[in-house]
Design a protein around this ligand. Structure first.
Ligand code: RP5
Length: 161
């Protein structure tokens, strides 16, 4: 089956974090593709990706970027496929720059913005899966099982180290 989720990132340096989104999709058996697409360094690639995303069968796009993180917002301006933004943690401003760049979209072009860094990437994978699960009952069951397993793994009482 072709990819249903696109995981795109502004740089190779974002991949170690975006891998958490990929791991979640692997666990839920959701087919995805990964691409480096930079708003600033490869703007034509960004445009082509957004232009063809829906016709290629993508149903959600996870977009991670850091600093002046324009990739998720620019992608959202180019496609109706829902874009889930993941702000990368940065050294200079700890990712607050990325978060503000991604979350403060103008009216009309939403980006579903996740938390900064790894937890945000993992949740982006889950959010993409939940979007797909609306029209995929088997995936909805896998998601429910995943959540049940997570709940079951949490002890009722804390233990000493
Ligand atoms: C952004 O600039 C990328 O998303 C990355 O988070 C950040 C730094 O990129 P590199 O200089 O590490 O390639 O475009």
């Amino acid at each position: 089956m072709g990819a249903e989720v696109g995981i795109i990132m502004g740089s190779q340096s974002d991949w170690p974090v975006l891998k958490e989104a990929a791991a979640m999709l692997d666990a839920l058996e959701v087919p995805y593709e990964t691409r480096i697409v930079s708003a600033h360094r490869t703007p034509d690639r960004l445009w082509d990706y957004g232009r063809t995303a829906a016709e290629r069968g993508l149903k959600a796009i996870v977009a991670g970027a850091g600093g002046a993180a324009h990739l998720p917002g620019m992608m959202a301006s180019k496609t109706l496929v829902p874009v889930i933004g993941v702000p990368m943690q940065t050294r200079a401003l700890q990712g607050v720059d990325s978060l503000y760049s991604i979350v403060q979209m103008p009216r009309g072009f939403p980006v579903a913005t996740m938390a900064i860094g790894g937890p945000g990437a993992a949740n982006a994978g889950l959010m993409a899966a939940q979007i797909l699960a609306l029209s995929d009952p088997a995936l909805a069951q896998r998601l429910a099982a995943w959540r049940a397993a997570l709940s079951a793994s949490i002890p009722e009482e804390p233990e000493d180290d």
